[in-house]
Design a protein around this ligand. Structure first.
Ligand SMILES: *Cc1c(COP(=O)(O)O)cnc(C)c1O
Length: 383
């Protein structure tokens, strides 16, 4: 069955992004973060593309995403679950060799229970609380934690220690990030002194890789940047200003476009109201393109009378309210527009572009939210 819209993923752009980011992190291990359905790009679509570029480690948020990744990944590709695993799924994760974060004593005990029972080592990353105040072992837990880990080394594979920064994309958080990193190093030293050595030390997300390179250590967890988005305008500006070539070329390339086509055309007379309510009054005779995408497909209602789409290489304004399943674009000035013409909701056509960020700004979302709101049910196509 045909879908009313589709998402195209540009493989060459992903390749270029990964190549650039691999260069930025040097010898450290690249873990590709594919939570949120690979930031809207589709886990099943994105993972094999990244694998073909040499990536063999992926981080997801929960067991269900790990299950999705399992279906498409190569045998030697590794998965890490950073957040939720129901206790009932721990056995599955351990049997599948999926690594996961352990951030409290409860998860540690449940892990040891299962690994003893099934006679298989659990691969764990110990998350440390350094100041985000969300998840992770606290400083006062560490001696007890290290004791438990050391006396259970036949039941666990101690893969890593890690933490996550509370907003490395904004200079407003500078002191908080620096303090977090100092704390992490102090905790790392305690592990070293007590002779419990993991393989990986990891703290850096995209923004940290791009602005605090000293935090990369021997592994980085990179999400948004691999899809071609700067974590924030600040991060982009910081990199632009420190680039000797002043970014004659932006090194990050967006890989996602969202497209649909015109379902029908409606001509209205000057003085008529269009769609629900009275938010759009035709001031002239208007030719309108009816497009089969609405807020149920992730096209935000706050784009009503504000957003644009691209049709026949021109910008067409959205008029009236975004409906559940339809939007209406004014094509009065776009000659020869007809049923089935392609509509670009996000992406380029000719010289124009509807960027995720312009879309996100208007809808009051950040890129991250906009991307992950794109429903899983929209088909993803590799281009
Ligand atoms: C989402 C996430 C990342 C990746 O963040 P980006 O800003 O997209 O690079 C890294 N680590 C953790 C724990 C995360 O939740």
């Amino acid at each position: 069955m045909h879908s009313t819209s589709w998402i195209e993923i540009n493989k060459d752009n992903i390749k270029r992004n990964l190549k650039y980011l691999i260069k930025r992190i040097g010898k450290a291990k690249f873990t590709s973060v594919i939570k949120g359905n690979a930031y809207g790009h589709g886990i099943e679509t994105y993972l094999p593309v990244a694998e073909s570029c040499g990536i063999n480690s992926f981080a997801v948020s929960d067991a269900f995403e790990a299950y999705q990744a399992e279906q498409v990944k190569s045998d030697d590709t590794e998965l890490i679950i950073m957040y939720m695993i129901d206790n009932g799924d721990l056995q599955w994760a351990i049997e599948k060799d999926i690594a996961y974060y352990v951030f409290d004593f409860d998860r540690l005990e449940k892990t040891l229970e299962v690994s003893k029972r099934i006679g298989k080592k659990a691969r764990i990353h110990i998350e440390l609380e350094t100041g985000m105040n969300r998840t992770g072992f606290e400083e006062q837990d560490l001696n007890k934690l290290i004791d438990i880990l050391k006396s259970n080394l036949e039941h666990i594979q101690f893969e890593g220690i890690c933490t996550h920064f509370a907003g490395a994309e904004s200079v407003a958080n500078y002191l908080r990030i620096i303090n977090q990193f100092d704390k992490f190093k102090k905790f790392r030293d305690l592990f070293n002194t007590l002779r419990l050595l993991p393989y990986y030390y990891h703290t850096a997300c995209s923004a940290a890789v791009l602005t605090y390179p000293e935090t990369i250590l021997n592994m980085a967890r990179i999400g948004i940047a691999q899809y071609g988005f700067w974590p924030s305008k600040e991060t982009r500006m910081y990199n632009l200003l420190s680039d000797t070539n002043k970014f004659t070329k932006d090194p990050l390339h967006r890989a996602l476009s969202w497209k649909s086509k015109i379902m029908t055309i409606k001509n209205v007379k000057a003085g008529d109201f269009v769609s629900y309510g009275n938010s759009h009054l035709a001031l002239k005779n208007e030719k309108l393109a009816i497009i089969p995408v609405g807020y149920s497909h992730g096209y935000s209602r706050s784009m009503s009378n504000l957003g644009h789409v691209l049709i026949n290489k021109k910008k067409a304004p959205i008029v009236g309210m975004v409906n559940m399943n339809l939007i209406i674009a004014d094509v009065t000035n776009i000659r020869d527009t007809k049923i089935n013409d392609e509509v670009v909701l996000i992406g380029k056509q000719g010289v124009h572009e509807i960027s995720v960020s312009s879309f996100a700004d208007m809808a009051n979302y950040v890129n991250y939210e906009m991307l992950t709101r794109l429903p899983d049910s929209i088909p993803r196509i590799i281009k």
